[in-house]
Design a protein around this ligand. Structure first.
Ligand SMILES: Cc1cc2nc3c(=O)[nH]c(=O)nc-3n(C[C@H](O)[C@H](O)[C@H](O)COP(=O)(O)O)c2cc1C
Length: 323
C-alpha cells in the first residue's frame, strides 16, 4: 500500500506534507511551532487570535502574530464575528508573514461564543460565508476555515459548512470530526467526516483523536487530503515523523522518557528566552502533564515543578529525573 503522506496544495501555497499541527490556545506558540516543524509537521497552526482585540491594537494579541523564519510554514488563526475586523485581522496576519489565514468556526468556549465567534458561526452559514468571502478578498494568501461536523451529536452540519466555505473562496476546510458539544472528547465520527469530504472539491483536512499511524490512516480512508494533530503532539513533537514512518510501513522508535524530558527542558528554555522567565515558565507549566509522565512518581514531580520559579531549580529537578 502506498503512503497517503504527500505535499498538499492549499490554493497557491504548497505545504511539504499533509500532516499538520492543529491550533491550540496556550500551546502552539512560536517555540512549540518551531519544535513541531523539526518533528516533521507540514504546516504549524498558531493559537487563535481575536480579530476584535487586534482592531483595538491589544499588545498581547499583536505579539501573538509574531512569526519568525523557524516557524514557517505557519497558518495564523483568527476568530471574530464581523467582516470588517476579520478583514483587518487577516491583513495584519498576512503582513507579518502568515502562509495561510484560518478562520475559527469550531471553538466551543463560552466567552468566544458569547461574542458571536467560534462554533456559533455554524448556526448561520450565510453569515459565515460572508466572513470567509471578506477575508478571501482582503488577502493574497489562502484562507481556510476550521469547523466541526456538528454542533450537536447527530445533527450533521459539516457538509453544508464546507460547501459554504468553498463557495466563499476558502482554499481548504479543516474539519474536527466531533460535535461542538463533545468539545475534545469521544471518538471522531469518520462517517460524518466522509460526507464532508464528498461534499466539496477543495481539500478537507481531518482532525480529532489522531495519535498514531492507524488513526491517521482512518482519516485518509475517509477521504481527507490531509490530517491535523493536536494533543498527541504535546509531549511528542516527533509524532509527525513517527506517523509518516508508520504510514510507510516502518515502525518508529518510541520517544523514551529521558529524551522527552530533554526536549521539554529545551522548550522551557526557548519559552523563557522568548517571553521572559515569568511568562515563559507560566506558559511551559500549562503542558507539564503531557511531558512529565510515565515516571513512577510523576504527579509528585509535576507538583514540585509547577511550584518552581527559576530555570536553575528546574534544570536540577529534570537532571535528577533522567540521570
Ligand atoms: C488546549 C487546547 C487549545 C485549543 N485551542 C484551539 C484554538 O485556538 N483554535 C482551534 O481551532 N482549535 C483549538 N483547539 C482544538 C484543536 O485544534 C483540535 O481541534 C482538538 O484538540 C482535536 O484534535 P486532537 O484530538 O488531535 O487534540 C484546542 C484544543 C486544545 C486541547
Amino acid at each position: 500500500m502506498t503512503s497517503p503522506v504527500k505535499p498538499i496544495s492549499i490554493g497557491p501555497f504548497t505545504a511539504p506534507n499533509n500532516i499538520w499541527l492543529a491550533p491550540m490556545a496556550g500551546v502552539t506558540d512560536g517555540p512549540f511551532r518551531a519544535l513541531c516543524l523539526r518533528g516533521g509537521a507540514g504546516v504549524v497552526c498558531a493559537e487563535m487570535v481575536s480579530a476584535h482585540a487586534l482592531h483595538y491594537a491589544n499588545p498581547r494579541s499583536l505579539r501573538m502574530l509574531r512569526i519568525d523564519e523557524r516557524e514557517k510554514p505557519v497558518s495564523m488563526q483568527i476568530f471574530g464575528s464581523d467582516e470588517q475586523t476579520i478583514c483587518e485581522a487577516a491583513r495584519a496576519a498576512e503582513a507579518r508573514g502568515a502562509d495561510i489565514i484560518d478562520i475559527n468556526a469550531g471553538c466551543p468556549v463560552k466567552k468566544i461564543n458569547k461574542a458571536g465567534a467560534g462554533c456559533v458561526l455554524m448556526k448561520d452559514p450565510a453569515h459565515l460565508g460572508r466572513l470567509v468571502e471578506a477575508a478571501v478578498k482582503a488577502v493574497k494568501v489562502p484562507v481556510t476555515l476550521k469547523s466541526r461536523i456538528a454542533l450537536k451529536r447527530g445533527v450533521l452540519l459539516g457538509p453544508e459548512i464546507a460547501r459554504v466555505a468553498q463557495e466563499a473562496g476558502a482554499a481548504a476546510v479543516i474539519m474536527h470530526a466531533r460535535a461542538a458539544e463533545d468539545v475534545h472528547s469521544g471518538e471522531p465520527n469518520l462517517d460524518a467526516l466522509a460526507q464532508v469530504c464528498q461534499a466539496v472539491k477543495i481539500p478537507v483536512i481531518g482532525n480529532g483523536g489522531i495519535h498514531d499511524g492507524k488513526t491517521a490512516q482512518a482519516f485518509f480512508d475517509a477521504g481527507c487530503a490531509g490530517i491535523m494533530i493536536g494533543r498527541a503532539a504535546v509531549g511528542n513533537p516527533f509524532i509527525f515523523t513517527d506517523i509518516q514512518q508508520e504510514l510507510a510501513g516502518r515502525q518508529p522508535a518510541p520517544l523514551d522518557k529521558r529524551r522527552r524530558v530533554e526536549i521539554y527542558l529545551a522548550l522551557i528554555e526557548e519559552n523563557i528566552a522568548r517571553y521572559g522567565e515569568k511568562i515563559g515558565l507560566g506558559r511551559s507549566k500549562k503542558t507539564a502533564g503531557y511531558w512529565l509522565r510515565d515516571f513512577p512518581n510523576a504527579a509528585e514531580v509535576r507538583g514540585r515543578f509547577v511550584r518552581m520559579e527559576t530555570l536553575v531549580d528546574i534544570r536540577a529537578l529534570f537532571k535528577s529525573l533522567v540521570f
